[in-house]
Design a protein around this ligand. Structure first.
Ligand SMILES: C[S@@+](CC[C@H](N)C(=O)[O-])C[C@H]1O[C@@H](n2cnc3c(N)ncnc32)[C@H](O)[C@@H]1O
Length: 255
């Protein structure tokens, strides 16, 4: 995608071998337009998955990255960071979002690509846990999948019936439950903004959601999974799906 020139430098095969959702490097490159990352900064890459975003942060900005994930082991990620030649700048950490091993005020910035909604979509997480990790004046940035606005039943009608059908088909009561963390940008802005801990510096929906999501959806379909993002995108008949970008600066820094 011409909008993301930095990502062009990275091997498409390496990306598709390691992405765990819609193109993480496009999402990250978009987010970084709203951040000020400088060499030597310590950056938390929260929910880094297989670490594509961590490698990108180290290579593009010369920052030191703590590549934190739950589903992917630190050993697997370490191997990937060695292969990518960034093992001196990127440290793999296996930790759950509610019991992180970092000191308060440790990071200059915390970013999260397609992950924060899994653990951060409640009133408690940001003020009581996540915000503490970054020093005053430090930066936060997330990109989350969601919707362009809020819906009474959590989803637009087309997606709601699709999710119900899928749940019945796979006989799984919990199926799709994490997608109740899909929200609109105003919802996210309020979640962080009302804490008074940060100043929101950006909060918007990325244009061309489908252009970003479809390559991953196509890839997944080719893997013949039961449920694919392609089915989900198809159920979005009214074009309600969004990627929200939100960036913020922690209050109390040097003005
Ligand atoms: C959809 S994947 C995205 C991974 C990666 N950012 C990417 O785009 O390829 C979501 C990631 O969030 C992480 N995650 C989900 N819940 C978590 C939790 N409670 N604590 C830490 N990480 C979590 C998972 O381990 C997973 O790698």
């Amino acid at each position: 995608m011409t909008k993301y020139p930095k990502t062009k430098k990275y091997d498409p095969k390496w990306i598709t071998e390691n992405w765990m959702g819609p193109h993480p490097l496009w999402l990250l490159e978009e987010l970084c337009e709203n951040l000020d990352l400088r060499p030597g900064m310590k950056v938390l890459d929260m929910g880094c998955g297989k670490g594509l975003s961590s490698v990108f942060l180290a290579k593009e900005y010369g920052v030191t990255v703590f590549a934190n994930d739950l589903w992917i082991s630190a050993s697997d990620n370490m191997r990937r960071f060695e292969e990518a030649g960034v093992a001196d700048l990127v440290f793999p950490i296996h930790a759950e979002a509610h019991s992180l091993p970092y000191a308060d005020d440790f990071f200059d910035a915390a970013v999260s690509i397609d992950s924060y909604h899994y653990y951060g979509a409640d009133e408690y997480y940001f003020p009581c846990i996540y915000s503490k990790l970054v020093k005053p004046g430090g930066q936060f940035g997330i990109v989350c999948p969601g919707y362009k606005k809020e819906f009474e039943n959590g989803h637009p009608d087309g997606i709601l019936s699709f999710l119900s059908e899928q749940r019945a088909k796979y006989n799984d009561a919990g199926w799709g439950a994490d997608m109740f963390t899909f929200h609109g940008k105003d919802w996210w802005r309020r979640l962080w903004g009302k804490t008074g801990i940060v100043e929101i510096t950006a909060c918007y929906d990325i244009e061309n959601v489908r252009g970003i999501w479809e390559p991953y959806a196509k890839f997944e379909s080719e893997q013949h999974k039961d449920f694919t993002d392609a089915d989900f995108l198809k159920a979005d008949t009214d074009g309600d799906i969004a990627f929200t970008v939100m960036a913020a600066v922690k209050n109390g820094g040097i003005k």
